[in-house]
Design a protein around this ligand. Sequence first.
Ligand code: BGC
Length: 391
Amino acid sequence: MKKFLALILALCMTFALVACGGGNSNDTTSNNTPSSTNTDTPSGDAKTVGIAMPTKSLERWNRDGAYLDEQFKAAGYNTIVTYSDNKNEQQVNDIQNMLAQGVDLLIIAAIDGAGLNTVMNDAGAAGIPVISYDRLIMNDNATYYVSFDNYTVGKLQGEYVRDALDLDNAAGPFNMEFTAGDPADNNAGYFFNGAMDVIKPYIDSGKVIVKSGQTAFDQVATDQWQTDVALDRAQNVLASYYSDGTQLDAWLCSNDSTSLGVTQAIQADYAGGNAVVITGQDGDEANLRNIKDGAQSMTVYKAVANEAVVTLDLAKAILNGETVDGGLISASGWDFDCAYDTESYETSAGNKCPSFLLVPDVVTADNMEAKLVTPGYYTVGDDGYLKATNG
Ligand code: BGC
């Protein structure tokens, strides 16, 4: 029955796409021509996995897409990979197209966690399992979630600032600002809360002062995690509160794309002579360069190659009709830590989403080679800076 429904749905969608003539794309994917696929010559009975990434313009998703594509193909699956230019409507079209092409399973890193209801319901009706990849989709048809411990990412950033400024012992007060991520991304609030929970007691005690007064997520959020948006706001904050020579001690940024904008603003417009503590997340190449040069203090690294490994083993189990629970971790024998969490994430009020959560790690100038080069995630280029080995 499910197969029959899937076939009808696929036929309807193919007709709808042909009738509409597809759409435009600034990323490398168009609705009818996925950016990367090996379904041109589908191999016999091999199952097909649709991999929907948000955009090529934020560095990490290129790595995620490449790792997932590589690992699923190596395991004998056909893949369709799309990047949707950070446009929700385009991601909806891309996923509809993948359903029309008869994918057996979907892996989706959502642009807007609340913006995929229609297509998620289509997937559910067709019996196609969906794994929320890295970002949780707010729809109960997202059956599993693979990500890192997002709250801990923010906590590590907050703890880094706490320790770098020695907030428990130094006299202070210290001046600090915040930049958070995209409100449409369910992760962004977790990162911000993790960091704020560490720093808030120091704000309350007066040890940390936020001159801009902007301490609420909505005040410091960055639309689509864009570097330019973070840069603009940082320039405004610097012009309004620090142009008289007031010292800025730290700027907590939720990830590397926003950190890049804040760092540019500080380099261009900050009048103080001190090095500002700046956090990040992802290990983007430009940020690793800044860390080596002392312009950014740290990044929280998430080994997306391992996130792809977990996703592959989970997908295999689902497609083989196996019962999936925490037993997958011991059965798979991964050589990295991963927790099975059935409590922390909900796709709707009260509907818990079983989650496989990997462990993030702090990378600084001092441990960069040990954490990133030794395990093979990056190589050192001729210029002495790190280059990602994939994507
Ligand atoms: C990811 C981060 C990334 C951000 C922007 C988040 O959902 O978890 O790793 O920095 O999106 O791409």
